[in-house]
Design a protein. Structure first.
Length: 239
Protein backbone atom coordinates (compact mmCIF):
# COMPACT_ATOMS: atom_id res chain seq x y z
CA UNK A 1 0.00 0.00 0.00
CA UNK A 2 1.14 3.54 -0.75
CA UNK A 3 2.53 5.33 2.31
CA UNK A 4 1.23 8.68 3.55
CA UNK A 5 3.84 11.21 4.63
CA UNK A 6 2.25 14.31 6.17
CA UNK A 7 3.92 17.65 5.51
CA UNK A 8 3.64 19.72 8.69
CA UNK A 9 4.85 23.06 7.30
CA UNK A 10 1.40 24.62 7.70
CA UNK A 11 1.33 23.75 11.39
CA UNK A 12 4.61 25.62 11.77
CA UNK A 13 3.20 28.56 9.78
CA UNK A 14 0.32 28.86 12.26
CA UNK A 15 2.70 28.70 15.22
CA UNK A 16 4.99 31.37 13.77
CA UNK A 17 2.08 33.73 13.12
CA UNK A 18 1.81 34.52 16.83
CA UNK A 19 5.19 33.48 18.20
CA UNK A 20 5.42 31.11 21.13
CA UNK A 21 4.83 27.41 20.66
CA UNK A 22 1.12 27.04 19.92
CA UNK A 23 0.49 24.80 18.10
CA UNK A 24 3.41 22.64 19.19
CA UNK A 25 5.01 21.33 15.97
CA UNK A 26 6.69 18.35 17.61
CA UNK A 27 3.53 17.29 19.45
CA UNK A 28 1.54 17.60 16.23
CA UNK A 29 4.03 15.38 14.40
CA UNK A 30 3.91 12.76 17.13
CA UNK A 31 0.11 12.85 17.14
CA UNK A 32 -0.01 12.54 13.34
CA UNK A 33 2.16 9.44 13.62
CA UNK A 34 -0.14 8.07 16.32
CA UNK A 35 -3.16 8.75 14.12
CA UNK A 36 -1.73 6.47 11.42
CA UNK A 37 0.59 8.44 9.13
CA UNK A 38 3.57 6.53 7.75
CA UNK A 39 5.93 9.47 7.77
CA UNK A 40 6.53 13.15 8.49
CA UNK A 41 7.71 15.62 5.85
CA UNK A 42 9.20 19.06 6.41
CA UNK A 43 10.46 21.64 3.94
CA UNK A 44 12.66 24.13 5.82
CA UNK A 45 13.37 27.23 3.76
CA UNK A 46 16.25 29.68 4.27
CA UNK A 47 14.00 32.33 5.84
CA UNK A 48 12.50 29.74 8.25
CA UNK A 49 9.05 31.21 7.64
CA UNK A 50 7.45 27.94 8.71
CA UNK A 51 9.66 24.99 9.69
CA UNK A 52 12.72 26.15 11.61
CA UNK A 53 16.05 24.37 11.55
CA UNK A 54 15.65 23.71 15.28
CA UNK A 55 12.37 21.92 14.49
CA UNK A 56 14.25 19.51 12.26
CA UNK A 57 16.64 18.60 15.07
CA UNK A 58 13.80 18.01 17.53
CA UNK A 59 11.79 15.97 15.04
CA UNK A 60 14.72 13.75 14.17
CA UNK A 61 15.22 12.90 17.83
CA UNK A 62 11.59 12.00 18.47
CA UNK A 63 9.59 10.76 15.50
CA UNK A 64 9.34 7.02 14.98
CA UNK A 65 8.12 6.83 11.38
CA UNK A 66 9.99 7.80 8.21
CA UNK A 67 11.37 11.33 8.21
CA UNK A 68 11.55 13.21 4.91
CA UNK A 69 13.32 16.57 4.55
CA UNK A 70 12.65 18.56 1.38
CA UNK A 71 14.71 21.44 0.06
CA UNK A 72 17.09 22.90 -2.48
CA UNK A 73 20.60 21.48 -2.08
CA UNK A 74 22.17 24.57 -3.59
CA UNK A 75 21.69 26.05 -0.10
CA UNK A 76 24.77 25.03 1.90
CA UNK A 77 22.90 25.31 5.19
CA UNK A 78 20.27 22.88 3.93
CA UNK A 79 22.88 20.29 2.94
CA UNK A 80 24.53 20.60 6.35
CA UNK A 81 21.18 20.25 8.10
CA UNK A 82 20.37 17.04 6.24
CA UNK A 83 23.78 15.48 6.79
CA UNK A 84 23.74 16.33 10.49
CA UNK A 85 20.27 14.87 11.07
CA UNK A 86 20.28 11.96 8.60
CA UNK A 87 16.57 11.62 7.77
CA UNK A 88 15.17 8.50 6.14
CA UNK A 89 14.86 10.45 2.90
CA UNK A 90 15.89 13.76 1.44
CA UNK A 91 13.78 15.15 -1.40
CA UNK A 92 15.61 17.61 -3.62
CA UNK A 93 13.52 20.44 -5.08
CA UNK A 94 14.65 23.29 -7.36
CA UNK A 95 12.99 26.10 -5.41
CA UNK A 96 14.32 29.63 -5.66
CA UNK A 97 15.07 31.55 -2.46
CA UNK A 98 11.85 33.12 -1.18
CA UNK A 99 9.62 31.02 -3.43
CA UNK A 100 6.08 30.67 -2.06
CA UNK A 101 5.76 26.98 -2.88
CA UNK A 102 7.30 24.42 -5.22
CA UNK A 103 6.07 24.93 -8.78
CA UNK A 104 8.24 22.79 -11.06
CA UNK A 105 10.52 19.81 -11.10
CA UNK A 106 14.21 19.55 -11.91
CA UNK A 107 15.43 19.70 -15.47
CA UNK A 108 17.35 16.49 -14.98
CA UNK A 109 18.96 16.78 -18.41
CA UNK A 110 20.39 20.25 -17.82
CA UNK A 111 21.34 19.60 -14.17
CA UNK A 112 22.37 15.97 -14.57
CA UNK A 113 25.98 16.35 -13.42
CA UNK A 114 25.13 18.61 -10.48
CA UNK A 115 22.43 16.23 -9.29
CA UNK A 116 24.71 13.24 -9.66
CA UNK A 117 27.33 14.86 -7.42
CA UNK A 118 24.96 16.01 -4.66
CA UNK A 119 22.99 12.75 -4.67
CA UNK A 120 26.27 10.92 -4.16
CA UNK A 121 26.93 13.05 -1.06
CA UNK A 122 23.62 12.13 0.54
CA UNK A 123 23.70 8.47 -0.42
CA UNK A 124 27.21 8.13 1.02
CA UNK A 125 25.68 9.29 4.32
CA UNK A 126 23.10 6.49 4.15
CA UNK A 127 20.19 8.75 3.20
CA UNK A 128 17.63 7.71 0.59
CA UNK A 129 17.32 10.36 -2.13
CA UNK A 130 14.28 11.46 -4.12
CA UNK A 131 14.24 14.25 -6.71
CA UNK A 132 11.24 16.38 -7.66
CA UNK A 133 10.37 15.98 -11.35
CA UNK A 134 7.65 16.81 -13.84
CA UNK A 135 5.90 13.86 -15.52
CA UNK A 136 8.06 13.90 -18.64
CA UNK A 137 9.65 10.66 -19.81
CA UNK A 138 12.84 12.43 -20.89
CA UNK A 139 13.26 13.77 -17.35
CA UNK A 140 12.72 10.29 -15.91
CA UNK A 141 15.41 8.87 -18.20
CA UNK A 142 17.91 11.54 -17.15
CA UNK A 143 16.96 11.06 -13.48
CA UNK A 144 18.11 7.47 -13.76
CA UNK A 145 21.64 8.55 -14.67
CA UNK A 146 21.94 10.68 -11.51
CA UNK A 147 21.77 7.65 -9.21
CA UNK A 148 18.66 8.83 -7.36
CA UNK A 149 16.71 6.20 -5.49
CA UNK A 150 13.34 7.75 -6.22
CA UNK A 151 11.54 10.52 -8.06
CA UNK A 152 8.69 12.59 -6.68
CA UNK A 153 6.16 13.38 -9.38
CA UNK A 154 5.01 17.02 -9.18
CA UNK A 155 1.22 16.71 -9.28
CA UNK A 156 -0.13 20.26 -9.45
CA UNK A 157 -1.11 19.95 -13.13
CA UNK A 158 -2.84 16.67 -12.42
CA UNK A 159 -4.88 18.33 -9.66
CA UNK A 160 -5.82 21.28 -11.87
CA UNK A 161 -6.99 19.11 -14.77
CA UNK A 162 -8.77 16.68 -12.47
CA UNK A 163 -10.73 19.56 -10.92
CA UNK A 164 -11.91 20.51 -14.43
CA UNK A 165 -13.31 17.01 -14.95
CA UNK A 166 -10.53 15.96 -17.33
CA UNK A 167 -9.57 12.82 -15.45
CA UNK A 168 -8.06 10.80 -18.28
CA UNK A 169 -6.18 13.79 -19.64
CA UNK A 170 -4.95 14.62 -16.15
CA UNK A 171 -3.56 11.19 -15.34
CA UNK A 172 -2.11 10.27 -18.77
CA UNK A 173 1.38 11.85 -18.48
CA UNK A 174 1.77 10.56 -14.93
CA UNK A 175 0.96 7.02 -16.02
CA UNK A 176 3.57 7.23 -18.78
CA UNK A 177 6.16 8.64 -16.41
CA UNK A 178 5.49 6.02 -13.76
CA UNK A 179 5.66 3.15 -16.24
CA UNK A 180 9.04 4.44 -17.42
CA UNK A 181 10.29 4.83 -13.84
CA UNK A 182 9.24 1.28 -13.06
CA UNK A 183 11.05 0.02 -16.16
CA UNK A 184 14.20 1.82 -15.01
CA UNK A 185 13.96 0.61 -11.42
CA UNK A 186 13.34 4.04 -9.88
CA UNK A 187 10.99 4.31 -6.89
CA UNK A 188 8.00 6.62 -7.26
CA UNK A 189 6.72 9.24 -4.81
CA UNK A 190 4.23 12.01 -5.59
CA UNK A 191 3.06 15.27 -4.13
CA UNK A 192 1.55 18.74 -4.52
CA UNK A 193 -2.18 19.54 -4.40
CA UNK A 194 -3.24 15.95 -3.85
CA UNK A 195 -6.40 15.87 -1.73
CA UNK A 196 -9.41 13.76 -0.74
CA UNK A 197 -11.07 14.43 -4.10
CA UNK A 198 -8.26 13.38 -6.44
CA UNK A 199 -6.02 11.09 -4.40
CA UNK A 200 -7.77 7.75 -4.89
CA UNK A 201 -7.95 8.10 -8.69
CA UNK A 202 -4.27 9.01 -8.83
CA UNK A 203 -3.22 6.13 -6.60
CA UNK A 204 -5.19 3.56 -8.58
CA UNK A 205 -3.61 4.63 -11.89
CA UNK A 206 0.04 4.97 -10.89
CA UNK A 207 1.75 1.58 -10.78
CA UNK A 208 4.41 1.23 -8.11
CA UNK A 209 3.47 4.39 -6.19
CA UNK A 210 5.41 4.14 -2.93
CA UNK A 211 4.60 7.37 -1.11
CA UNK A 212 2.58 10.56 -1.30
CA UNK A 213 3.52 13.69 0.61
CA UNK A 214 0.51 15.83 1.52
CA UNK A 215 0.39 18.93 3.66
CA UNK A 216 -1.72 21.94 2.72
CA UNK A 217 -4.92 20.11 1.77
CA UNK A 218 -4.71 17.71 4.70
CA UNK A 219 -4.25 20.49 7.26
CA UNK A 220 -7.10 22.49 5.68
CA UNK A 221 -9.40 19.46 5.89
CA UNK A 222 -8.37 18.94 9.50
CA UNK A 223 -9.89 22.32 10.44
CA UNK A 224 -13.33 20.91 9.62
CA UNK A 225 -12.88 17.18 10.13
CA UNK A 226 -10.36 16.98 12.96
CA UNK A 227 -6.73 15.95 12.61
CA UNK A 228 -7.06 12.30 13.63
CA UNK A 229 -10.07 11.71 11.41
CA UNK A 230 -8.43 13.49 8.47
CA UNK A 231 -5.23 11.44 8.62
CA UNK A 232 -7.29 8.26 8.60
CA UNK A 233 -9.47 9.48 5.72
CA UNK A 234 -6.37 10.12 3.61
CA UNK A 235 -5.00 6.71 4.50
CA UNK A 236 -8.21 5.09 3.22
CA UNK A 237 -7.78 6.82 -0.13
CA UNK A 238 -4.44 5.04 -0.59
CA UNK A 239 -5.79 1.51 -0.30
Amino acid sequence: MTKLSVNINKIATLRNARGGNNPDVLKAALDIERFGADGITVHPRPDERHIRYTDVVALKKNIQTEFNIEGNPTEKKFVELVLENKPTQVTLVPDATGQLTSNHGWNTVEHQFYLTDIIHVFKNAGIRVSIFVDPIVEMIDAAKTTGTDRIELYTEQYALDFAKGKREEAIAPYMKASIRANDLGIGINAGHDLDLNNLSYFTKHIPGLLEVSIGHALICDAIYLGLENTVQLYKRELV
